[in-house]
Design a binder for this molecule. Structure first.
Ligand code: NAD
Ligand code: IPM
Ligand code: MN
Length: 365
């Protein structure tokens, strides 16, 4: 029997609720494939700060170091509660960015997918959606503004000031470019490069390197689009996109817009891949506004499991089965409240209800 160690970081807010449903899927997949998934829970996020004095405790680092893959729930508190934790210990700076840095998870895959049959979830008009939404955002995850030098202080005029720099070297751009071109090669052979080279010098270098790497991929068409225009096109004509590549900050913002055009951030899973280790997490946050109510959409977390099955464990068939199971639950008219509007006749279900229905669908595969 093969075995895989998976570190489970439940995180904050809705994290534990959606993790519970993801674990049901992992258990079923393990059972029927005669695999042992060794699931090891570890404290992470604001909850870990309050219980262990650090949002990324040493014991969690060790568990993650030893794991074959990491499944992570969202972390973070609402604006007011965040202030209860010193700035550098807040889970975004104190846990999430250190996790990304520790495993150098530079390639962040954020699929934005809605089949035509579920177009009613989207706020976009049917004529804009056409055959459905199917694109993937590839976001550089360990460079740029997020990880550049930062300084705060008082300047010569006695004013408080802040400076943070956007840094990339050509190797960092090259490796994400390769991931993007390789992904485009497996899909429609078009790569949209999202940049801001009319202002940012970082984008000038970014574009140069994209062009250089592109010479190894003559069959891929590269389309360069300024990030502000790309935001509009995502709403007006998302069908023009297939694979989009961009830096860390642009990827953060446009991927949430991706959730917006689908109808909910609850439909946004992701994979964060490094040279030796990968972790998987929903693209969204801890949703403090709905935490504890049992109504969060666990699709993002279960989709992250599907990405883990495929990308860390080579279980492509089971990954497909998981996607199909979730979509067929929706296709039967069930939905968590985030995807419903007052005039829709959807059958509203809880977080747990969705997880259980996915399990029964998956058992049919
Ligand atoms: P958010 O993504 O938590 O929530 C935005 C909106 O989307 C809310 O209305 C929320 O209810 C809804 N939503 C998100 N996920 C959902 C789901 N699965 N099902 C149903 N509805 C869902 O963004 P925010 O409120 O700006 O941030 C809250 C906290 O999360 C902050 O502390 C932020 O730093 C953190 N955060 C963490 C991550 C991460 O861990 N990767 C990502 C983004 C934000
Ligand atoms: C995301 C989140 C994180 C980011 C935050 C919580 C640091 O918004 O994963 O998209 O900005 O990368
Ligand atoms: Mn984000």
């Amino acid at each position: 029997m093969s075995a895989h160690k998976i570190a489970l970081l439940e995180g904050d807010g809705i994290g534990p609720e959606i993790m519970t449903e993801a674990v049901k899927i992992l258990n079923l997949v393990a059972e029927r494939n005669d695999i042992n998934f060794d699931l090891i829970y570890a404290p992470f996020g604001a909850s870990a700060y309050f219980s262990h004095g650090h949002s990324f405790p040493d014991e969690t680092k060790k568990i993650c170091d030893e794991a074959d893959a990491i499944l992570k729930g969202p972390i973070g508190l609402n604006h007011e509660d965040s202030k209860k934790i010193p700035i550098d210990m807040q889970p975004e700076r104190g846990a999430l960015l250190p996790l990304r840095r520790r495993y150098n998870t530079f390639a962040n895959f954020r699929p934005v997918f809605l089949p035509k049959g579920l177009a009613h979830f989207s706020p976009l008009k049917p004529e804009i959606i056409g055959e459905g939404i199917d694109l993937i955002i590839i976001r550089e995850l360990v460079g740029g503004l997020y990880f550049g030098a930062k300084e705060t202080g008082i300047n010569e005029d006695g004013k408080r000031y802040v400076s943070e720099s956007l840094e990339y070297d050509e190797d960092q751009i090259k490796r994400i470019a390769r991931v993007a071109f390789d992904t485009a090669r497996k899909r429609k052979k078009v790569l949209h490069n999202i940049h801001k080279s009319n202002v940012l010098k970082s984008s000038v270098l970014w574009n140069e390197v994209i062009t250089e790497v592109g010479s190894d991929y003559p069959e891929i068409e590269v389309v360069n689009i300024l990030v502000d225009a790309a935001a509009t096109y995502l709403c007006l004509n998302p069908a023009q996109f297939d694979v989009m590549v961009m830096d860390n900050m642009f990827g953060d913002i446009l991927s949430d817009q991706g959730g917006g055009i689908l109808g909910s951030l609850g439909l946004m899973p992701s994979a964060c891949i490094g040279p030796k280790k990968a972790y998987y997490e929903p693209s969204h946050g801890s949703a403090p506004d709905i935490a504890g109510k049992g109504i969060a959409n666990p699709y993002s977390m279960i989709g992250s499991v599907a990405m883990m099955l495929e990308m860390s464990f080579g279980m492509e068939e089971e990954a497909k089965n998981v996607w199909h199971a979730m979509q067929s639950v929706f296709a039967q008219g069930y939905s968590t409240p985030d995807l419903s509007s007052p005039d829709s006749d959807l059958n509203l279900i809880s977080t747990e209800g969705f997880g259980d229905l996915v399990v029964s669908e998956l058992k049919k595969a």
